[in-house]
Design a protein around this ligand. Structure first.
Ligand code: J2J
Length: 548
């Protein structure tokens, strides 16, 4: 069976009661934020995609028609739908239509390929897969054809529908799904304490873990984030990161801006050439970036500062922003900086808009909620002395208690009393401000793109000439980190080119492909006989220094 355990591990009753009593959980499904804004701000612009614009009233109506059409195509409450769209209006329509139906989006990223998508579809028993015909020079219909013939997909998802934005070829055209009759039957309200969608974990395991979020818990994080970021109906948010990522979705992101009645502007990519003219044209007030992009923007702004005049707040998160870069944001971009340290599993920390500069520049913020329990512990789960670095573990009103269908992993990833082990090494300053010092999870953070070492190692091990493999982070001036694969060859070492070609054909997201390949006769080992990854990291770092 594919089922590796319970779909959901929910909060124990006494926590659920407390979170309801505190007003965090309100029993409202996520699509209500669109319904409410359509009432309050009917004629305001909700969404901009290229030359297309939707008012809240239009968006709400199209979401009804799409939800009804999806229902006619057999998508029902509780069904999962893998969503892989670029930053286009249809993405927002589909998300809300699925919420409205009580169907559950599985948020894939545009970078994912056959290996990841086939896994998401089969593991979640998806009823449909929604794509754009092509985007970024890649044809997703070709990918869909590969996914449909995958054995696990055929077994788990009989008759999976493929819905295509643009030229649908043999698949279902997105535009034809809309129900254009005059009488759209009401939708029964989904249970707000139930699964709303599945997000992807950055992860450290062989297969990406899926994060089950409920309407109640996510809606709370969205409302509170909108509040912390001072959003209003005047806010104009540029979505430049991939829209399905947790940061631009909810911190406060697309959902937070729509809750506040503001305007979401979708950017097809985050380059200055794309983003700056959009900021100028739409008078964008707030946007979110990962650190490497923030640095690219600062370089570009030297000549083009006038285009950024309307920008009030730049949020930066996803990986560590250096203090030096943080200090230059306001002088170079002319807007305030907000650091965001979040995770799709839940906990999100923000520096606050009225924080003094030292906190904004030197910390990654503090938790959203007074009921976020944030502990910094040693290897034995004992609290470290105040101000010292340790493992960050957390539980609270919007942090999951377990991954989707992953009981064995959950026993390790959570403490017995339900704290999520984030894998981050953090210091806590007075006032609850956190400084991210490092990481103890087996992951590479490639400028915000998370790469699970074990996942890449498993693919490397599939090559007949690879006896053993270990993937580690190496420092990189632009991305912060890149990945280096150490390989113990079976017999004579193959050429690095051959391994690279093999990996490209495995059907993996590009950002997971090793940036560097090193052959080694045997791995250094730790005292207990495990591969000493620290020694490998030092070895490749030393080589990089020597080469410069
Ligand atoms: C250092 N490390 C950071 C930061 C995340 C808002 C913002 C980001 C994410 C995200 C998110 C960091 N400094 N400022 O979901 O809602 C690393 C940590 C963390 C992991 C989570 C959001 N911000 N990180 O990045 O699920 O290691 O979420 O545990 O992709 O990114 O990754 P992810």
């Amino acid at each position: 069976s594919r089922n590796e355990g319970a779909d959901l591990t929910l909060w124990p009753a006494e926590f659920a009661e407390r979170y309801r009593a505190a007003g965090y959980w309100r029993g409202e499904p996520l699509d209500k934020l669109l319904r409410d804004s359509a009432q309050k701000h009917a004629e305001r612009t909700a969404l901009v995609c290229g030359t297309r614009r939707w008012t809240y009233a239009m968006l709400d109506e199209e979401v009804d028609r799409l939800a009804s059409g999806l229902r006619q195509r057999g998508i029902a409450a509780g069904d999962r739908v893998v969503l892989q769209l670029p930053n286009i209006g249809e993405y927002v329509l589909t998300v809300f239509a699925l919420f409205r139906l009580g169907a559950q989006p599985v948020f894939a990223l545009p970078a994912h390929r056959r290996s990841e998508i086939a896994y998401f579809c089969s593991f979640t028993e998806a009823k449909a897969y929604v794509i754009a015909a092509s985007s970024g020079g890649f044809d997703y219909r070709t990918l869909a054809r590969e996914v449909l013939v995958d054995e696990a997909v055929r077994a788990a998802c009989p008759a999976m529908r493929v819905i295509v934005v643009g030229d649908a070829a043999e698949f279902i055209s997105f535009d034809n799904v809309f129900d254009d009759t005059d009488t759209i039957e009401a939708f029964p309200q989904p249970d707000a304490s139930a699964l709303a969608f599945l997000q992807l974990s950055g992860g450290s395991t062989g297969r990406p873990k899926l994060i089950p979020r409920t309407h109640d818990d996510y809606f709370y994080s969205v409302r509170a984030s909108a509040d912390i970021c001072g959003l209003s109906a005047e806010s104009v948010y540029l979505c430049a990161l991939p829209a399905a990522h947790n940061f631009p979705m909810s911190s406060p992101g697309i959902l937070g801006v729509m809750y506040a009645g503001g305007c979401v502007v979708l950017a097809p990519d985050a380059s200055p050439d794309t983003a700056f003219p959009l900021i100028a044209r739409e008078r964008v007030t707030i946007t979110a970036l990962v650190p490497p992009l923030a640095i690219v923007w600062m370089e570009a702004a030297a000549m083009r500062r006038h285009e950024l005049e309307s920008l009030q707040l730049l949020q930066v998160g996803g990986s560590r922003l250096s203090d030096e870069a943080a200090r230059r944001i306001t002088p170079l971009l002319g807007c305030r900086l907000q650091q965001v340290f979040g995770m799709a599993e839940g906990l999100v920390n923000y520096t606050r808009l009225d924080d003094e500069e030292a906190l904004v520049v030197g910390t990654q913020g503090r938790a959203i909620s007074p009921d976020d329990e944030v502990r910094i512990v040693d290897d034995d789960d004992r609290d470290v002395p105040a101000g010292e670095a340790g493992h960050l573990i957390t539980r609270g009103p919007y942090t999951i208690r377990g991954y989707f269908r992953a009981d064995v992993h959950n026993a390790r990833a959570f403490t017995h009393d339900g704290f999520y082990r984030t894998g981050d090494i953090v210091r806590k300053l007075p006032g609850g401000y956190l400084v991210v010092e490092g990481r103890d999870k087996d992951q590479i953070n490639r400028g915000g793109d998370k790469v699970a070492a074990e996942e890449v190692e498993n693919h490397l091990l599939a090559h007949p000439a690879v006896l053993d493999a270990a993937v580690v982070a190496m420092p990189d001036a632009y991305l912060g980190e890149r990945s280096c694969a150490f390989i113990v060859p079976r017999g004579e070492a193959p050429r690095a080119m051959e391994i690279a070609r093999f990996m490209r054909e495995r059907g993996l997201a590009q950002y997971k492909l090793p940036d560097r390949i090193e052959f080694i006769a045997q791995f250094p080992k730790t005292g207990v006989g495990k591969i000493d990854k620290r020694a490998l990291r030092e070895r490749v770092s030393a080589k990089l220094v020597a080469a410069n």
